[in-house]
Design a protein. Structure first.
Length: 401
């Protein structure tokens, strides 16, 4: 009887582990021992995660009960009786670990394959720069934020490529295949933007800097005004006077350190996006996760893709460290020198506090338009169509909507 319970417990442990992994979206398997709804599970399933956890608990109780011994059995006999328990636990843990590692290796291989396609590494006067192009028409240099690369920059601007805009998305210093130079300042990066335009034979272009891409976009407009036809800053990392009220509290040191640890490892980042996805959306994407609940399926897909495509984070680590250093040493820029049409966009609930700095930056640039949303976070949830329409109008007409 007890031997049968041991076997049953081990089987339940294996099934429970698989159901738990499926519920957490770590594996995708066909239904096993389903009784009603046998459709394949898409995405996370709290129900199956709970079923898996409960099944694991039941299996543990079964195995423990089956291996209980009478009080008069000698210790050596007791140890031999515990062997099946240890084997069952070890087998269950091994299966779960192997499945997790297989899924991670599969996902990280796909991530590397994705960023290895579609871009070109071009030699410029400022060194090698990776970029990707799409569309024809008015040139727009799309400068990505932290955790990005040419892929993120293209994702930001891709809708514009279908509407008369030639999108050039590049990888900034330390991201993907663009090497990290000795001088990785915003000014040096701005000069590299111009070097890329020179290499592509483009005399003038609009520049859009998103998040941590804003400092170099600003510097490009200041240092090379004849090469910039328009400036767009999207949820920008930018300076504001210390006396100005913050629109969001700064990250506490422990949260910042924890985030840097997570984004320094492909496995840690991958695992955390599966185990604590809402926290990753809140901390890494600086967006209130509850906004996604009321967002359209297209917006939910856009935000989830923005998080998932940070992988492979290891190929972006040098750029991320540089962005962190730049963000801590921001100083006032010569904003009064900017004379091109300028559009600056942010949301008040952006967890990185870009609203206050965006509003200040707009107030210091002659003729700049500030477009602020009450909600949307750092990823402007629910406003993507409006944001794209405003950017497109400015590019096509030179007017800020």
């Amino acid at each position: 009887m007890k031997k049968s319970a041991t076997v049953l417990g081990v089987i339940f442990a294996l099934l429970g582990g698989l159901w738990l992994l499926q519920g957490l979206r770590l594996v995708h398997i066909r239904p096993i021992l389903c009784f009603a709804d046998c459709a394949a599970i898409q995405g996370k399933s709290p129900t199956w995660a709970v079923i898996g956890a409960v099944t694991l608990a039941i299996s543990g109780l079964l195995i423990i009960w089956s291996l209980q011994r009478p009080h008069n059995v000698r210790q050596s006999t007791s140890f031999r009786q515990r062997h099946p328990l240890l084997i069952g636990i070890g087998l269950g843990v091994s299966v779960v670990a192997l499945v997790i590692w297989w899924r991670f290796q599969s996902d990280i291989a796909a991530a590397h394959a994705r960023v290895s396609k579609g871009s070109v590494l071009i030699e410029t006067a400022c060194g090698a720069i990776e970029y990707q192009e799409a569309g024809t028409g008015i040139p727009l240099l799309s400068v990505h934020g932290s955790g990005g690369g040419f892929d993120q920059g293209m994702s930001f601007a891709a809708p514009l490529a279908k509407q008369g805009i030639r999108v050039i998305a590049m990888s900034r210093f330390g991201y993907l295949r663009t090497p990290m130079p000795t001088d990785s300042s915003a000014a040096a990066q701005a000069d590299a933007h111009v070097c890329l335009l020179d290499a592509l034979g483009i005399k003038q272009a609009a520049v859009m800097g998103g998040s941590a891409g804003a400092p170099s976009a600003l510097q490009m407009a200041i240092r090379h005004p004849d090469r910039v036809s328009g400036l767009i800053l999207l949820v920008p990392l930018a300076y504001k006077p210390p006396a100005n009220t913050n629109s969001a509290p700064p990250l506490s040191p422990w949260v910042e350190n924890a985030m840097m640890q997570v984004i320094s490892s492909d496995f840690f980042f991958w695992a955390t996006t599966h185990i604590a996805r809402n926290q990753m959306i809140k901390v890494v994407l600086a967006t209130p996760p509850e906004l996604l609940g009321g967002a359209s399926p297209a917006e939910q897909s856009r935000i989830n893709m923005m998080l998932d495509t940070i992988l492979p984070v290891s190929a972006r680590a040098a750029g991320l460290r540089s962005d962190s250093a730049v963000g801590k040493t921001l100083t006032a820029a010569a904003l009064d020198k900017i004379r091109v049409p300028t559009l600056i966009i942010s949301a008040r609930d952006d967890g990185y506090g870009t609203y206050a700095s965006a509003e200040y930056t707009a107030s210091q640039i002659t003729g700049a338009k500030f477009k602020g949303f009450e909600t949307g976070g750092h990823t402007w949830v629910g406003h993507d169509d409006e944001v794209m329409a405003a950017i497109l109008e400015m590019l096509l007409t030179g007017k800020q909507r």
